[in-house]
Write a protein that binds this ligand. Structure first.
Ligand code: SAM
Length: 219
């Protein structure tokens, strides 16, 4: 086994990073409070993951972005903020209540014109977007884990050379190296990591940011 060169994080180091690089955001705090009040699970990405998504979109000058798994719009706001002024985020969500809350917060964030929420099972919607020959600069996958391999394949059909695909929960709370047993979600994440790491159509690294983000570039 190789010796790790990275420095392990603790709460003090984590807060040092957040204090310096991820400023407090009152609107996002309100979104989280509202999500909790509505008894919608608080399963949004972490603040530094959000900043990472914004930065990547800015770096690649993303104009067209696609998200699978809107929840109440926390990650969507980060993505939309990173897009070019004429950019647009299409985000897919199964639950109407989640989508409605996201819509409300996209509007509050001044991102109404830059966002388009589709309420649908993601796989059906992705197949429709493929039929419509849509192509995206940036794709974020953060919905039901068992469908990750399918979402990745559809995402590739919606990509061009240079498209960036990011997937969340790829460390699965530190459990990704464990025997999955009958944990279908963990099995799916392990399978997705295997597929991504071997795929000759793309180049990927699993980054230990939050619960693990895979950063994939389509070749
Ligand atoms: C982890 S949350 C997304 C968090 C969000 N990306 C954020 O960071 O703010 C996953 C979301 O995917 C949605 N979802 C689950 N299965 C889905 C499906 N088959 N199609 C579309 N959305 C689905 C859930 O309702 C939930 O809102």
């Amino acid at each position: 086994m190789k010796k790790m060169k990275s420095v392990g994080l603790n709460d003090e180091l984590y807060n040092y990073i957040l204090d310096l690089y991820v400023p407090e955001d009152l609107l996002l705090d309100e979104l989280i409070r509202e999500t909790e009040k509505l008894e919608i699970p608080l399963i949004q990405i972490s603040p530094e993951q959000g900043k990472f998504l914004t930065l990547i979109c800015k770096i690649i000058k993303a104009k067209k972005a696609l998200e699978i798994g809107t929840l109440t719009g926390y990650s969507g706001i980060h993505i939309a903020r990173g897009l070019t002024p004429d950019g647009k985020l299409t985000t897919i969500e199964l639950e109407k209540k989640h989508a409605e809350t996201a819509g409300k917060f996209f509007e509050k964030a001044g991102l109404k014109d830059k966002t388009d929420i589709i309420v649908s099972p993601a796989i059906d919607c992705l197949k429709e977007l493929v039929k419509m020959n849509r192509v995206y600069d940036f794709i974020f996958i953060d919905a039901d884990k068992v469908s990750y391999p399918d979402y990745y394949e559809e995402a590739l059909k919606l990509s061009r050379s240079g498209t960036v695909i990011i997937m969340d929960n790829m460390i699965k709370n530190g459990r990704v190296t464990e025997d999955a047993g009958d944990d279908a979600d963990l099995k799916a994440v392990q399978l997705t990591n295997k597929i991504l790491s071997r795929d000759k159509r793309t180049d990927t690294l699993l980054l230990p940011v939050g619960d693990g983000l895979t950063l994939t570039m389509v070749l």
